[in-house]
Ligand binder design. Structure first.
Ligand code: M6R
Length: 369
């Protein structure tokens, strides 16, 4: 039940630190990842596979994009992300050395279920990352790695998303270890970063009231743009999806590098743009590029809402609002950066008098194709 919360979504946003912690529990020991569930794939499968294909829809597909970035970096194995409903209607090249990893909160999404069945027919090995014990997709898969977010009631996915990222990262670290791509010390460092996320996320969620105020002045806004790069890109897509589904506002997420290839034409005075700013300490040197994107759109009148790490002063001259997240390395930042966008979408929907838990035209699980 909702307890004292105004909506299930508000409750579930607050449960995100626990969703991550519970997904990690018992799976990290002395800095190493322990996932006995994966034994069900069969012996040597994880060393034998030549690539990983993620399947998912909506928010689950955005978690998969982060999985792609993480697994390619850690395990040096090719990874692609497929929208489940597209996958089966072309001729994907899949063989018995492909591991197909489906991501689904409900385990009942028909598009994803059919894509998993199709992948099996093509000979792939199948792993399900799922939040619902005993649901259909895990039963159709060779192995299952459960997320432990607890039941998610609100149509908009929040705690299941961060739990999916945690589970995918555990899987990626395990894969990298068994394939000899990361040594024990590197894995121990990364598992420590994973384990730090719940407390860090808690501090972001504590800023709820200041984010609610932003929503207050945007009730009449007709369009919002979200920008990010690398690990910030799936978060830009997720921020836009949340706003569409909850507040019925037209929203687009773009990779910031794509701006000059077209979307910058959309910028006119007053256009709100959320920007997920990568850390200036980031190993990929994207920070100055995103700052220059901010300058370009600011010069055209955009209203900038930056999500930036604590202490990054470079955003201050250009941002109308700065939302702070704690210091984390590149692949872990998205888990912290998504919470303000979830809260913003929820508060804006509430300010418009809309049903936050049950948006129009949507069902919690999409059991038809
Ligand atoms: O249950 P699933 O994770 O398979 O659901 C996938 C999508 O339908 C779901 O994430 C949807 O995009 C959410 N309503 C987004 O908040």
């Amino acid at each position: 039940e909702k307890g004292g919360w105004s909506s299930f979504m508000a409750k579930e946003i607050s449960e995100q630190p626990a969703a991550i912690a519970n997904t990690l529990i018992g799976r990290i020991s002395d800095g190493a990842v322990k996932l006995p569930e994966l034994d069900a794939l069969g012996p040597d499968i994880l060393t034998d596979i030549t690539r990983v294909v993620f399947l998912g829809c909506g928010t689950a597909a955005y978690a998969a994009m982060l999985g792609q970035y993480a697994i390619e970096k850690w395990a040096h194995i090719p990874v692609t992300v497929e929208l489940s409903h597209e996958f089966r209607y072309r001729d994907p090249v899949i063989d018995n050395r492909t591991l197909v990893v489906s991501i689904s909160q409900s385990g009942e999404t028909m598009d994803t279920l059919m894509a998993v069945k199709y992948a099996k027919e093509l000979g792939a090995r199948t792993l399900s990352i799922c939040n619902t014990q005993g649901s259909t997709i895990p039963r159709e898969s060779d192995a299952v790695l459960y997320t432990h977010a607890g039941p998610e009631v609100a149509v908009a996915s929040t705690k299941a998303f961060v739990a999916q990222i945690a589970a995918i990262y555990l899987f990626g670290l395990h894969l990298a270890s068994v394939r000899g791509e990361l040594d024990a010390a590197a894995v121990a460092g990364l598992t420590a970063e994973l384990a730090a996320l719940p407390a860090q996320l808690e501090t972001v969620i504590e800023q709820k009231d200041s984010i609610s105020q932003l929503a207050g002045w945007m009730v009449d806004t007709r369009s919002v743009i979200f920008l990010g790069r690398h690990a910030g890109y799936p978060i830009a897509l997720e921020g836009a999806l949340k706003l569409k589904e909850l507040a019925y506002i037209h929203a687009e997420g773009f990779a910031a590098g794509e701006l000059k290839h077209g979307p910058i034409a959309l910028i006119e005075p007053g256009q709100p743009v959320f920007v997920v700013v990568p850390s200036p300490r980031g190993e990929n040197s994207l920070h100055p590029k995103v700052i220059s994107n901010i300058q370009e759109i600011r010069a055209r009148g955009a209203r900038i809402l930056a999500i930036a790490e604590e202490g990054d002063v470079s955003v201050l001259p250009f941002a109308d609002t700065v939302i702070r997240i704690p210091l984390a390395s590149t692949l872990f930042e998205p888990v912290l950066a998504v919470a303000p966008l979830q809260i913003f979408a929820m508060e804006l929907a509430a300010a418009k008098g809309l049903d936050v838990d049950q948006p129009r035209n949507l069902a919690k699980s999409v059991t038809v194709e």
